[in-house]
Design a protein around this ligand. Structure first.
Ligand code: MLT
Length: 254
């Protein structure tokens, strides 16, 4: 069995921890705008999930549960649980697993450009194809097609370059492991009604991968959750419109 690990991270600021979990096939640098923009109110910690950047690990049958155990171990190592936890997309799937497995670690929940449902059968097949392609040809083979869908139609070259750089830096074996972990994740929809901590759903208005209407439905199922849309942003809202995301976080953080 693969043991949970303490993840590598970048941090800025002091005070209660705001713990940030990136999406697929990205890394901790997704959150540079939040480290800079929120360090006056929080100890902002942006992790690399296992197998990339500062969290070296060799893929071996990983799961979103294992990723959540890594997150719990890392928060514990910071000595300041419970924390405010934000997850973008795949990072949101990890937040759902964390809520199931380590609810005591969570002070509040921030779900960004994510969804609660599991993969339908055709999407599961797609995950297997992605895993095979990146193993054989490397991450770029899927990243170049994926990046235009991750950003809004009006995204700047700089944003696209940044997203591509994150994907390029993520080893193919890790991207394959992420894809298979997402394939096997459970449906978290029935957990939404049981979330007892403050929650906010933040979603890019131009998210092409996960339409904003689905995010509103998810927010409606979480007791007392706030719902905020981010203008001029697609699936990677914290990267495309960091100021609006930071405002949403400032307004929400308990
Ligand atoms: C992500 O952004 O993390 C992924 O697009 C999520 C997914 O493929 O389900």
């Amino acid at each position: 069995m693969t043991e949970p690990m303490v993840l590598g991270y970048d941090e800025a600021g002091s005070g209660p921890v705001l713990f940030l979990i990136h999406g697929f096939p990205l890394d901790r640098t997704l959150w540079e705008g939040q480290l800079e923009g929120l360090k006056d109110i929080r100890r902002v910690v942006a992790v690399d999930l296992r197998g990339r950047g500062k969290s070296e690990a060799k893929p071996n049958g990983w799961s979103v549960d294992l990723y959540a155990d890594d997150v719990a171990k890392t928060i514990e190592s910071l000595g300041s649980e419970p924390a405010d936890i934000a997850g973008l997309s795949m990072g949101g799937y990890v937040v759902f697993a964390l809520l199931r497995r380590h609810p005591e670690m969570v002070r509040s929940v921030i779900l960004i450009d994510t969804k609660a449902g599991d993969d339908p059968p055709e999407a599961k097949e797609g995950r297997e194809k992605t895993a095979a392609t990146v193993r054989e040809q490397g991450t770029l083979a899927v990243a170049e097609g994926l990046i235009p869908k991750l950003v809004s139609p009006g995204a700047s070259q700089e944003v696209k370059k940044k997203a591509l750089a994150m994907a390029k830096n993520t080893p193919g074996e890790t991207v394959a492991a992420d894809a298979l972990a997402m394939r096997d994740r459970p449906d978290s929809t029935s957990d939404l009604g049981m979330i007892k901590v403050p929650a906010v759903v933040i979603h890019g208005e131009d998210d092409q991968l996960m339409p904003v209407a689905g995010a509103k439905e998810m927010a409606d199922l979480i007791p007392g959750a706030k719902f905020v849309t981010i203008p001029r942003a697609g699936h990677l809202a914290p990267l495309e419109n960091p100021l609006a995301v930071n405002d949403a976080l400032r307004n929400f953080l308990p």
